[in-house]
Design a protein around this ligand. Structure first.
Ligand SMILES: [Zn+2]
Ligand SMILES: [Zn+2]
Length: 125
């Protein structure tokens, strides 16, 4: 999987968000993907890899949205299933209202700009 990147510009405040989905080809294992993770998440994932049997792992940039204020976020997200029944999936929080973000399922245009909160995003060609 390669990274797919595009820019979304807000028609209201003109700010541009650089959005990415997926992960780099060289991050072909969860082991390498941990380099993209930060702080506690990185420590936890490395510890799972070291001490447990990883069943499956998903990782890469993904689009998330705050269900409260509809603001679009683009974190590097990770999900690790291990020891048959265990799941490690850190939550991402909205910087404005601290609500747990959900995976974005609609088109980018339906979500709000991080800068001004208006739903005026459009994808730049
Ligand atoms: Zn929010
Ligand atoms: Zn804006």
């Amino acid at each position: 999987m390669a990274i797919d990147s595009f820019d979304a510009q807000c028609k209201q405040c003109q700010s541009i968000q650089h959005l990415k989905t997926g992960h780099d080809d060289k991050e072909d294992s969860i082991d390498k993907a941990t380099e993209q993770l930060h702080g506690k998440t990185q420590i936890q994932v490395r510890s799972i890899i070291r001490k447990h049997k990883v069943d499956s792992a998903e990782y890469g940039f993904a689009l998330f949205v705050c269900p409260q204020c509809q603001i679009l976020y683009n974190p590097y997200s990770v999900k690790v299933e291990y020891d048959d029944i265990m799941l490690f999936q850190p939550f991402h929080k909205c910087q404005r209202c601290n609500t747990t973000l959900l995976k974005a399922t609609e088109a980018v245009e339906t979500y709000a700009c991080k800068q001004c909160g208006e739903k005026q995003l459009h994808i730049k060609e």
